[in-house]
Design a protein around this ligand. Structure first.
Ligand code: ATP
Ligand code: MG
Length: 361
């Protein structure tokens, strides 16, 4: 069986370091591993509209921002197909058919959707499209027959939902769809990177993100202003590293060689954590180190972004070509789905013959 990746992002803002460690960094590795036959990376604008219906301009503007983030991180359009969801109507046809295989109560139980409904104050009036976006995600994943979906931890319920839809579809209509596997980052800190404010998730919607496109100075200011252990007041106070986002970011980004370069008094992060826990290590010093580590990782990304920014029409051309190629694949899957569901009337000559005979009998 072919090995196929599908993953993507909502164009609700520029991508941040949470996206980077949660999914983007791994995508680049997978892309360059040469182990996959096809890789699709989707800009999920239709999904973004499910909770931004009144704000189409935001979605429109962020499509190119997300594309620039991809390219600057090393997504290579020769190896990965970048596509825009809304431009592939086949995905919405699939969604419509999958909706019949899912109950409202099943959607309401989805813990990620539940948390997002709360965060957006949708409790009293949930847009139907928002509640059903996991179904549309199942359409996206299955349209490309994805075997592997590299995403952050919050996407686990979506993958489970997709697998249920695939199993149900195949059991009713016959083996047609491929059941995908989720691929989470192995580094625990990357599963759900917290915000600079210490909140559970760095998110475009929460104003607590360090963006890949932030300038050197913006990154520095955000790092120096980060939430840490609120009880670590004097340098001599013992500090907590658990739940301290500065250390979580270090867990996600820092390698032993960074100590050699920027803070040789420690050999590794464990030594630094031990000192912080004991007391005697100030937040400013830790933050300065984190800043150095982040700048080193972000500098080449920032530089490549500047290059791609010089030729925006080229970026749109990449999106157009990728979307066209992806649409062909989705159309093939839709045709198979309709055949399995026996709704391919005009291609179904046996039906025409059957009825010709039946009626003229
Ligand atoms: P929104 O608030 O609009 O939902 P978002 O920041 O949650 O935006 P998405 O586009 O929904 O971003 O998610 C894109 C991908 O990035 C998903 O695979 C998701 O799991 C991952 N991701 C998002 N935020 C984080 C995070 N803080 N840590 C790790 N992975 C993340
Ligand atoms: Mg999200």
């Amino acid at each position: 069986m072919k090995k196929v990746i599908l993953t993507g992002d909502r164009p609700t803002g520029r991508l941040h370091i949470g996206h980077y460690v949660g999914s983007l960094r791994q995508r680049i590795q997978l892309q360059n591993s040469g182990e996959f036959d096809e890789i699709y990376i989707m800009i999920a604008d239709a999904q973004a509209l499910t909770d931004n219906a009144e704000n189409p301009e935001k979605v429109r503007q962020n499509i190119v921002e997300v594309a620039l983030d991809y390219l600057s991180c090393g997504i290579d359009p020769e190896k990965s197909t970048i596509l825009i969801q809304s431009q592939i109507p086949e995905l919405f046809e699939l969604t419509a058919y999958y909706m019949n295989l899912v109950t409202v109560s099943r959607l309401q139980r989805n813990p990620t959707v539940k948390a997002e409904i709360q965060m957006r104050n949708f409790e009293a009036s949930i847009p139907v499209g928002f509640l059903a976006y996991p179904v549309s995600q199942a359409a996206d994943i299955t349209a490309f027959k994805a075997t592997t979906v590299p995403v952050g931890e919050d996407q686990q319920p979506m993958l489970e939902q997709t697998r249920e839809i695939v199993r149900k579809f195949n059991s009713i209509y016959g083996e047609t769809l491929v059941e995908p596997e989720i691929l989470l980052p192995d580094n625990k800190a990357c599963l759900r990177l917290p915000g600079t404010d210490g909140k559970a998730k760095m998110s475009k919607s929460l104003n607590n993100a360090i963006y890949l496109a932030d300038s050197e100075e913006e990154v520095r200011q955000k790092v120096m202003g980060m939430f840490t252990d609120p009880n670590h007041i004097r340098v001599t106070d013992p500090g907590r590293v658990e739940g301290n986002p500065v250390f979580t970011y270090l867990d996600a980004f820092c390698r032993d060689e960074h100590f050699e370069r920027y803070l040789p008094e420690y050999k590794n992060l464990d030594e630094m954590k031990a000192h912080y826990t004991r007391g005697g290590l100030g937040d400013v010093k830790v933050k300065k180190f984190l800043n150095a580590v982040l700048q080193e990782e972000l500098e080449p990304i920032r530089r490549r972004r500047k290059e791609f920014e010089r030729d925006i029409p080229y970026v749109y051309e990449i999106l157009r070509k990728g979307t066209e190629a992806a649409r062909e694949v989705a159309a093939r899957t839709l045709a198979e789905v309709k055949k399995a569901m026996k709704i391919n009337y005009f291609d179904d000559f046996s039906l025409i013959n059957e009825y010709t005979n039946k009626i003229n009998r």
